[in-house]
Design a binder for this molecule. Structure first.
Ligand SMILES: [Zn+2]
Length: 165
């Protein structure tokens, strides 16, 4: 059976196309040639569909979703439930810190490296973007309060991916 899927909305929207090509390049860099990675490629394929359907407001949250789920496939995704420093439960009403070691509670000091402060609302948005089913993700209402933080958080996930490889 031939599958024809032109993903036209991505091809006609420059910023969306740029994101797709960036993710594609990252996969090419981090996956060994001849190494089977069907689950990652399926995840990439479905991410492109969300990119086509979601529009620019979801570009950065979708990148977070793509990278977090990729890390999840490799067993390295930051845990939203417990602090990666001390193992305490992360409260949905307390701020936290995203680092290259994972998500830290307010009591744990961060080591050197990239970090993003997570007000409780932003932590909830990161969690939603990562774990919501596709249709719920497409409908999710995000605060729009954290444009820079989304991109900084994405760079941290990319850094974790590069260290995992
Ligand atoms: Zn802690």
């Amino acid at each position: 059976m031939d599958v024809k899927d032109d993903l036209w909305p991505i091809r006609t929207e420059g910023r969306g196309l740029r994101r797709a090509l960036t993710w594609n390049r990252l996969i090419s860099e981090l996956v060994l040639p001849q190494h089977p990675c069907d689950d990652l490629l399926a995840h990439f394929y479905w991410t492109l569909h969300i990119l086509a359907d979601g529009g620019p407001r979801l570009f950065s949250p979708l990148e977070w979703r793509f990278l977090w789920r990729w890390l999840h496939l490799w067993g390295r995704a930051p845990d939203f439930r417990i602090c990666s420093g001390c193992g305490r439960s992360l409260s949905s009403s307390s701020p936290a810190l995203l680092t290259e070691q994972g998500i830290l509670c307010p009591l744990c000091p961060a080591s050197a490296g990239m970090k993003v402060f997570l007000p409780s609302l932003f932590l909830q948005e990161l969690r939603s973007a990562a774990i919501l089913p596709r249709d719920d993700f497409l409908q999710v209402q995000l605060s729009q309060n954290f444009p820079k933080e989304w991109d900084n958080a994405n760079r941290i996930l990319e850094s974790i991916l590069r260290r995992t490889y």
